[in-house]
Design a protein around this ligand. Structure first.
Ligand code: DAH
Length: 339
């Protein structure tokens, strides 16, 4: 019996399987019903009772060691199989790890935020779902103003007072409510209008609103700030012009044009042969708006401006169709990788 055990031990020690099939054969050879180790377990019955303890221990150890070896061989062979040189495809193309690009509207938003924060403006945001007060009433819109019409504004059906903001000017009101003067903020955000979608209009777009309220703020301050913005965004040789306009919340109001980048002001298709491109609306905060929002208009004055980010991006990157911003076609987006 002892001799048989020693022989078996030597045999197991010499085993060195190289395939999964060999491992399985070893298992059958030693551990199956007619296997060599099973045979020894059968012989165990005839061992004298004083030897039973030591021999029993010995063969149990051999069995568990062999089982561990079988497991190890199996896993070793599996891992060498998957990393074996035969499986390497040296012609395989490198996996494309290139990253996506920022959306042009985000690029412009970040750029403008940087320009204005360098001038001391802080960034404020507000809710997209608003009420009549913040979007219209507190900005001096008369009751019968067409913007309040369902044709222009998305209202929430069950709540005639709840609507999707049509401009980021609503954030002005939220800033004034806080009453921490002076206020010098820019407010980026998404806005919604009930418009038919076309190359030149969309029901969703993005704006940045600017507001500065302090003592002695003048129209000249507004003009200089906007000139700085135009030159930083479109290049140092950019000219601006302010045309009189009307907004309920500013008085006087103006619209700002920049000299056409494409023709340098001579006139081309893009600027419709005027040499100028419309960029934003602006003006001095109407004293009514200051008073409605609890700010003394005899002590404080302010300017405001609002611009469309898609419009700026269109001018800067020569994009001709507004819908491209919302379709997210990678062929369009990939063109902004280097900005
Ligand atoms: N809220 C205006 C719009 O959506 C843009 C605007 C014009 C904002 C003049 C202003 C401003 O702050 O002074 O069309």
């Amino acid at each position: 019996m002892i001799e048989k055990i020693n022989q078996l031990k030597a045999e197991i020690l010499a085993l060195n399987p190289t395939t999964a099939e060999e491992v399985e054969n070893i298992r059958i050879n030693f551990l199956s019903k007619k296997g060599k180790l099973t045979e020894i377990f059968n012989d165990f019955r005839n061992v004298s009772s004083e030897d039973k303890k030591t021999i029993g221990k010995e063969i149990n150890t051999i069995k568990s060691e062999l089982q561990t070896k079988l497991e190890n061989w199996k896993t070793d062979l599996q891992s060498t199989k998957s990393s074996s040189a035969n499986d390497l495809d040296l012609t395989q193309q490198e996996i494309d790890m290139s990253f996506g690009s920022r959306h042009p509207v985000s690029l412009i938003k970040n750029e403008l935020c940087e320009i204005f924060t360098r001038l001391g403006f802080t960034i404020e945001e507000g809710p997209e779902i608003e009420d009549d007060w913040h979007v219209f009433a507190a900005l001096n819109f008369p009751d019968e103003h067409p913007a309040r019409d369902m044709q222009d504004t998305f209202f929430i059906e069950k709540h005639p007072d709840v609507l999707l903001r049509t401009h980021t000017s609503s954030i002005q009101v939220r800033c004034m409510e806080k009453k921490q003067l002076p206020i010098r903020v820019i407010c980026p955000g998404r806005v919604f209008r009930n418009e038919a979608i076309s190359a030149r209009a969309h029901c969703i777009f993005h704006q940045i609103e600017g507001l500065y309220i302090d003592k002695n703020v003048s129209f000249a301050d507004l003009q200089q700030t906007l000139l700085h913005f135009a030159r930083e965004t479109f290049g140092n040789d950019t000219k601006i012009r302010l045309r009189p306009s009307y907004f309920p919340f500013t008085e006087p109001s103006a619209e700002m044009d920049i000299s056409c980048k494409l023709c340098g002001g001579k006139g081309c298709n893009i600027c419709k042969h005027t040499g100028w491109l419309e960029v934003l609306g602006c003006g001095m905060v109407d004293p009514n708006v200051l008073e409605i929002n609890g700010i003394d208009s005899k002590v404080y004055s302010g300017y405001a401006f609002g611009l469309g980010l898609e419009r700026i991006a269109m001018l800067k990157y020569s994009v001709s169709d507004l819908r491209l911003y919302f379709e997210n076609d990678v062929r369009f987006l990939n063109q902004f990788k280097n900005y």
